[in-house]
Design a protein around this ligand. Structure first.
Ligand SMILES: [Zn+2]
Ligand SMILES: [Zn+2]
Length: 165
């Protein structure tokens, strides 16, 4: 439990980001009362209450939660509620509708999704690179520049192109 950085008396429930004179962002943990008095709006709820969110989830496992199952890892939404963790990146899609209202309160889950988005972007970049190298390779072959073609083939192999050309 974190105490409010302003009054030091109440439990902090919000994180507030403020800029100092040099433009550096500082984070304050504040209670709801101080936030209201000073007109501060929190950037996020404090992580520590994810424990409370999870406890709430665990206490509300419903029959139909067992029927919502991730096709990739086989985890059901009921199991997610019990464990408080997603089984794999695909779970997010499987439980999307159910997760929506609680995602904002569960930072762990949000971070998990963030990582997979980045991985997807990286893979897309790699695919683009392979395409580009293939075009270059064709050009090199047409120009009968075999030295360049060999070098390009090596790079294609490294870029993960299984088929070769
Ligand atoms: Zn306070
Ligand atoms: Zn899964």
């Amino acid at each position: 439990m974190k105490m409010c950085d302003i009054c030091g008396k109440n439990e902090a429930t919000l994180k507030v980001r403020q800029m100092d004179k040099e433009g550096r962002a500082t984070e304050l943990n504040v209670c709801a009362e101080c936030a209201r008095q000073r007109g501060l709006s929190g950037v996020e709820e404090i992580k520590s209450d994810s424990g409370a969110v999870l406890a709430e989830l665990r206490s509300k496992i419903e029959k139909q939660d067992k029927e919502i199952v991730c096709v990739r890892c086989g985890m059901s939404f009921a199991e997610f509620k019990r464990a408080g963790r997603l089984g794999c990146a695909e779970c997010y899609r499987a439980f999307h509708q159910q997760l929506q209202p609680i995602l904002r309160r569960l930072h762990g889950a949000v971070q998990h999704v963030g990582r997979t988005v980045q991985q997807g972007r990286k893979r897309a970049q790699e695919r683009l690179e392979v395409q580009r190298l293939r075009v270059e390779l064709e050009k090199a072959i047409k120009a009968e520049d075999y030295e360049r073609a060999a070098a390009l083939r090596d790079r294609l192999k490294k870029a993960g192109d299984e088929t070769g050309t």
